[in-house]
Write a protein that binds this ligand. Structure first.
Ligand code: FE2
Ligand code: FE2
Length: 289
């Protein structure tokens, strides 16, 4: 999977995001597409998602020093038509927009198919894994970085635990451990590895937020576990900035997936694993029952 932004769109997006000078995402996409011939409907949809993802990156990278309090965060709950914990597939990327029709899944879907058709744009995890690879970390850790937030397609609440369930039958135990506990470790700094409490969390949860008891307990357990390093490395490589020159693709990880991901021959969701239903939920999120 490669980002489908044309050079025209890339430069426009960069310029508009820098200045904040645009009425809507549609206007920027329309303007860019007028300049790039031969762009089909699917490319346009991809470009739109990509743009919205970058818009989100801007929010994630906000340097506003005024953090909300927990009470401010709670006061916003009843001002939204959805809950903040909902998975990305179940809600439009921007308030006031509609969800889009998803492309059909192949008969026997692979992990790469889910990346291509359901997880995208997956910039965050692809760049996190690329960073881990660049640092020469183990393949189990690179795989954990690649998969660590993908369960957010279905559920953001406790996403580390959901993702661990989703991947446990298919990946090394060490990788599943790192995926599960990265969530708790994100709330606790570790100077030794240069990991600081993220400003983003002050923005999302409020500056006076206290992590939930299960998160505190699991942090204590993971900190003393033989695989602490693996889980900690997922947090250290948790990469939120978007490098416009980065070639984001699943391709560099194909061999690692081949070596460590036990792809079921029936396809993910069609096998008899105890979590196959979660893969089906991601494949068919429009089914009401
Ligand atoms: Fe995460
Ligand atoms: Fe992450």
């Amino acid at each position: 999977m490669t980002i489908t932004l044309t050079p025209e769109l890339t430069s426009l997006v960069e310029e508009r995001l820098k200045t904040g000078n645009y009425p809507s995402a549609e206007a920027v996409i329309g303007e860019a597409l007028a300049k790039s011939a031969g762009t089909d409907h699917e490319a346009k949809a991809d470009a739109m998602e990509e743009f919205l993802s970058r818009e989100l990156d801007q929010i994630l990278l906000s340097k506003d020093p005024n953090y909300p309090k927990v009470a401010d965060v709670e006061a916003k709950i009843e001002k939204r038509p959805f809950r903040m914990g909902v998975g990305n597939l179940f809600v439009a990327a921007n308030t006031g927009r509609n969800v889009r029709k998803l492309p059909p899944m192949p008969e026997k879907p692979t992990l790469a198919d889910f990346f291509r058709l359901r997880f995208g744009p997956a910039n965050h995890v692809l760049q996190s894994a690329a960073l881990a690879m660049k640092k020469g970390l183990s393949e189990e850790i690179i795989l954990a970085c690649l998969l660590h937030d993908t369960a957010q397609a279905v559920m953001k609440v406790d996403h580390g635990y959901w993702a661990a369930h989703m991947y446990e039958p298919y990946v090394p135990e060490k990788t599943a451990f790192a995926i599960r506990y990265h969530q708790a470790l994100r709330f606790f700094p570790d100077k030794e590895y240069g990991y600081e409490y993220p400003d983003l969390y002050r923005r999302l949860f409020g500056e006076d937020y206290v992590p939930m008891p299960h998160v505190r307990n699991d942090y204590e357990m993971a900190r003393n576990h033989k695989w602490y390093f693996e889980a900690r490395m997922v947090t250290v490589n948790d990469f939120y900035s978007f490098d416009p020159k980065a070639e984001v693709s699943l391709e560099p990880f194909t061999d690692i997936i081949g070596r460590h991901f036990r792809q079921p021959k029936e396809g993910l969701g069609n096998d008899s694993s105890p979590i196959a239903h979660l893969w089906r939920t991601i494949a068919y999120p429009d089914n009401p029952l």
